[in-house]
Every structure is written in C-alpha cells, then in structure tokens.
Design a protein around this ligand. Structure first.
Ligand code: GDP
Length: 440
C-alpha cells in the first residue's frame, strides 16, 4: 500500500545500523529522514515535526538494551508513536440506540454511498443487525437509484421518497418506518457537494438536530491526501462529528491522510474502505496501520480474514477424504474458491511481513487460478474424482477444452499429486508441527 513511505522509513532506520548506541547526532540524522519521508507522503509539515520531536525525546531518554540494536529500538518507538498519532486503540461505533441512527456525510465522490452500503452489509453479517438504508439526497435522483442498486446487492432494504424535497422529513419518516419494521440501525446517506459549504452544512445540521444521530461520520477519500484532512477539519469546525471514514485506501500510495487526520482534526478514523466491492471494509486499527506503514505487513488481519473464511465442517470433510485417498479435483476447486474469497493475492501477500517489499516489483496475477479452474472444469466428474485415470488422450482433451497446453495439464496433475501426498503426511500431528515451525 504505502511502499514508497515504507522504503524511505526503512532507509532512515538504516542510518542507525552499525551504531552501538543512540546519540543526539545519529538520532537527529535519522529523524530528519523520517520527517522527510512523512512530508513526502503528504503528511502535514507541522504534524511531521511534532511527531519527530516526540520520537526524539523518547529515543534519547531510553537506554539501549543489549539485546536490542539502536535501529530496532527506533523502529519500535516510531511504530508506537505512529499508532498513538493515529488514535491508539480502535474506536467502535455506537449501536446502543433502537434504532441507532448513523448520519453519513461527505463530499461528492468521496465514496459515501458505497460506504453506506458496505457498513449496512458489515453490520448485517458481523453484528447480526437489521439495517435500513435511507436516501436523503434530494438533488440527484441518480444518487437515490444508486443506493437502491447497492441495497439490492446486499439484501438490505432502502427507504426513499423521490417526491419529498426536504431531507429532514425523509429522515424522520425513515426512522418511523424503521421502528415499525424492526430495523435497529438506520443509515442516512445524505447529499454530497463539491466543497464543505454553507448549504451542505445547514442541511446536515438540520438533519442532525432533528434526528439526534448516535453517530455522525464524515467520509473522505484517502487519495486526496491533505485535502481530505482539510475537508474533515472544515466540517468539524461546524459540526462536532464522531468519526472519519477513510475510503479508497486501496488506491492511496502515500498514506498522508491516514497518518494526519487524528492529530489535525482530533477525530478518530473508524473504518476504512479498501475497494469497490461491498465487502471491502475494515475497522481501522491504528496499530495495524502503523505496521503496514512500516512495511511489517499485517499478520493479524491476515489471520482474521483466514479464520472468517475457514469452514470447519468443510475442513473436517476434506480431512476424511484425504485419509481415505479420496481427495479429488472437486475438493481442490472448493479450496481454491475459499482462498479467493479472502481477497486478491496481492493484498494477501502484502499482509505478510517482509513480503510487501519483495512483491513490489512482481506482477502477481490474480488470474493465476483461472487456468487451473478452467482445466478442472474441463474434466469429467470421473476424472475429477480419480485423477490417475487421466491418460494422454484425456490430457489433450482437457487442454483443448480449457485453452491451455498439455504441459500445463501435466503440471497441474503433478502439483496435485504432490499436494495430496503432503496433506496426507500432515495429518495426525504433522500439521501441528508444521504450524509450529512456521510460527518460529
Ligand atoms: P458518493 O458520491 O460520495 O456517494 O461516492 P460513491 O459512493 O458514488 O463513490 C464514488 C466512486 O468511488 C465510485 O466509483 C465507487 O465505486 C468508488 N469507491 C468508493 N469507495 C471505494 C474504495 O474504498 N476503493 C475504491 N477503489 N473505490 C471506491
């Protein structure tokens, strides 16, 4: 995500390499590089300066432990301070109301409507809530239609009224509708404008006063860097909102907005948007973000995502099949589909510590599975069940049917045999041992 910043910080820490201890001189030199890296990443200059001053104080005040090298200590201090600057702990949202009203605001194109849908989907699936999406944009009929499309996609009801021109009336009617129909969360998607101007603020303030939302969230586009920070600040000057939603982090290569918002606006980032799809939403964890910025990957997120997709029952079934030598291509296909559900390969690789840098110049093909899937789809049910039956003429047919070469089919068969053998070996304690090895 933030490759360039990670690289530059890494170089800054290198200044300390080989030094036996932290001194005024080498700290100053390192932190000059850190500050430059932050400013290049579009972090506000004042914030960058304050940041390095705190780090300097902490670094000089610490005795370097024998077991810790000065550059390692510096990474640790920078990581802790980055985490602190981005808000420390993750901030949840208040869902205590019945219904809880969440007021969404943001500039046009910031990703407000998309995020409203993502949040509804998130609350529905993770917190077993029954959300209602509400279209309060009275200016653009297309915006109302867009919300309906989103609602249909995720199976969440959308409340709208194209005849009504007063957003306060729509919001109030929606809340009444929610109460009658057992919706315990109401998400109000409001009209966005090109800038935080008086009209926008008046409208939002009116809705705010009328419905007294549990949460007022301001959506900003991470790709706009300092502009995102300034817009949030302008909004905050008029309405004391609860949190920021940082969208399009998947397209943000610099990270300035994520780093500066909390310290400039003094409002926490609550969620991030990481793609156009409805499941591309994550709770914002400052410490995980700091890990990503430092290029240490994000193992915790990776493990969580894997756990979410892990189907215990399916795993047990597969284990049984392996034990009986009945693991076939149908099972293999299912496993591929599970891995794919976890996200794009590049995203997943980026979360592994150290891999981020390695992968930077590699072209990871998300379609890598496509060929494999095509080959499996070209097999008959019998061939899938019993791969050893695939002889030369069958291989030819499979390669033709899947638009691949016989060589590729051969390779797949070879890999499949190897994998089946390995899985069998891993059963009965071997797997645990292997996991242990990976942890160490
Ligand atoms: P609104 O005008 O604020 O309601 O913005 P929209 O929700 O219509 O989003 C504007 C554009 O940004 C759309 O094309 C969305 O698909 C896209 N978008 C929204 N969130 C994200 C995100 O997290 N990542 C990416 N890559 N695109 C996003």
């Amino acid at each position: 995500m933030f490759d360039s910043l990670s690289d530059k910080l890494d170089k800054a820490f290198h200044v300390l390499k080989g030094h036996g201890q932290i001194t005024e001189v080498n700290v100053a030199e390192t932190l000059k590089e850190v500050r430059r890296a932050l400013v290049d990443a579009d972090v506000n200059f004042k914030t960058a300066k304050e940041f390095t001053n705190i780090v300097k104080e902490k670094a000089l005040g610490q005795n370097v432990l024998k077991s810790l090298k000065p550059n390692q200590l510096m990474v640790k201090i920078v990581k802790d301070e980055l985490t602190e600057m981005m808000g420390g702990d993750a901030e949840g949202i208040d869902l205590s109301g019945n219904p809880s009203v969440i007021l969404m605001s943001g500039l046009q194109g910031s990703g407000k409507t998309t995020f409203s849908g993502k949040l509804a989907n998130f609350l529905k699936t993770k917190k077993t809530k029954k959300p209602l999406l509400v279209a309060c944009d009275v200016y653009r009929p297309a915006a109302i239609d867009q919300l309906h499309v989103v609602g249909e996609q995720i199976g969440v009801e959308v409340f709208s009224n194209k005849e009504e021109k007063n957003p306060v009336a729509i919001a109030e009617a929606a809340i009444a509708h929610a109460k009658q129909n057992g919706h315990n969360v109401v998400i109000l998607d409001t009209a966005g404008r090109l800038a935080v101007d008086e009209v926008m603020m008046n409208e939002i303030s009116d809705i705010y006063k009328a419905v007294q939302p549990q949460e007022t969230l301001f959506v900003v586009d991470a790709m706009t860097g300092q502009d995102a920070v300034n817009t949030a600040k302008a909004f905050n000057n008029v309405l004391d909102f609860d949190g920021v939603i940082l969208t399009k982090l998947d397209g943000d290569t610099r990270g300035g907005a994520a780093i500066s918002i909390k310290s400039v606006v003094n409002k926490p980032i609550k969620f991030i948007g990481t793609g156009e799809k409805m499941d591309a939403i994550d709770v914002f964890y400052p410490s995980r973000m700091a890990d990503r910025i430092l290029g240490m990957g994000d193992v915790v997120s990776l493990v969580e995502r894997a756990q979410e997709q892990y189907d215990e029952e399916e795993a047990r079934k597969i284990q049984k099949k392996i034990a009986k030598d009945k693991f076939g291509f149908d099972d293999f296909l299912k496993q591929i589909q599970q891995v794919k559900k976890m996200g794009s390969m590049k995203d997943l690789m980026g979360m592994i510590p150290g891999a981020g840098k390695m992968m930077k110049n590699m072209d990871i093909d998300d379609d890598a599975f496509k060929h494999i899937e095509a080959m499996i789809h070209s097999m008959t049910p019998l061939e899938r069940k019993n791969p050893t039956s695939i002889n030369a003429s069958r291989k030819k047919r499979i390669s033709k049917g899947s638009g691949t070469t016989v060589q590729e089919v051969n390779q797949l068969l070879k890999q499949f045999t190897q994998m089946s053998k390995m899985m069998k070996m891993m059963q009965g304690g071997g797997g645990k041992k292997m996991m242990q090895m990976m942890k160490n």
